[in-house]
Design a protein around this ligand. Structure first.
Ligand code: SAH
Length: 255
């Protein structure tokens, strides 16, 4: 298996063995990495597995030879969707990067009643594309061969209404959690996690800087979300979902 410390490049797939001209933006990346002809690198297309490869012609017309496909994955055993009240400024970039490193399968940025950052239409789509590029770079760095999906920001009420189990609470029980500061009303994470079986899909909702409003908490709870606490400290909007992923990672086999 290729070393994780080797340069890793994402290329849009599906890929197959053989040689391939690199797109212009990837050539710039190859130049920044100072790769030379004959250098080994790893290529992946986000669809699964990776390709041990070698640079066969130098920039600006860089070509790589994809030698073979290796079906290796570095995913969390649990498929985790983080639905997060978007933190403002570069904190959402940071969240997209770290959530990717920590293994989130999906991030759904949300506009909530108390959100500072309110995006819709074209701006929302542009920001999502930017965060998707951040996630791609994080996959190159951390060795993931599957790209997490960073969804276009949407309103919390619309998102909740679109969930399969919204309204009846049945299908959501046990796998939908609402990150809530530990003020005595929420289950401690360890108690909640003890009830998890196998590699369930998890859906975690957490609030923006100003927290979720009482109505929003009530909607989420009636859709089957269980309030779960990660301790007595108030975590920032970008910290709480990452602390949750780290806690789930610690429960999983760590090889
Ligand atoms: N002033 C806000 C704090 C918001 S913190 C308030 O009082 O609600 C942003 C979000 O992080 C919260 O909405 C919650 O979803 C999550 N969060 C913060 N601390 C947490 C903790 N200790 N455990 C679990 N979730 C937490």
């Amino acid at each position: 298996m290729a070393s994780l410390y080797m340069a890793r490049l994402f290329l849009p797939g599906p890929l197959s063995a053989g040689s391939l001209d690199l797109p212009r933006d990837v050539v710039r990346h190859v130049q920044a990495l100072r790769l030379c002809v004959g250098d080994d690198l790893t290529v992946f297309d986000g669809l699964g597995g990776e390709w041990p490869s070698v640079l066969v012609s130098p920039p600006p017309a860089a070509r790589v030879e994809l030698l073979r496909h290796v079906a290796v994955e570095r995913e969390l055993p649990t498929h985790v969707t983080l639905a997060v009240g978007m933190p403002a400024n570069e904190r959402m970039d940071w969240l997209a990067e770290k959530a990717t490193e920590l293994g989130a399968a999906q991030v759904q940025p949300l506009v909530t009643a108390r959100s500072v950052l309110r995006l819709d239409g074209e701006r929302a789509a542009r920001r999502a594309a930017h965060w998707q590029a951040v996630a791609q770079a994080a996959c190159e760095q951390c060795g993931r061969n599957r790209l997490p999906h960073i969804a276009v920001p949407t309103r919390l009420d619309a998102w909740l209404a679109g969930l399969p189990a919204a309204g009846d609470g049945s299908g959501a029980a046990g796998r939908c959690l609402l990150a809530a500061p530990g003020d005595g009303h929420a289950l401690p994470f360890a108690t909640w996690a003890a009830g998890l079986t196998g590699s369930q899909n998890l859906l975690a909702l957490s609030g923006p800087e100003g927290g979720l409003g009482p109505d929003e908490i009530a909607w989420a709870q009636s859709a089957g979300f269980v309030a779960v606490s990660l301790g007595p400290r108030v975590l920032r909007a970008e910290t709480a979902p990452l602390a949750l992923l780290a806690a789930l990672t610690a429960r999983a086999p760590l090889d």
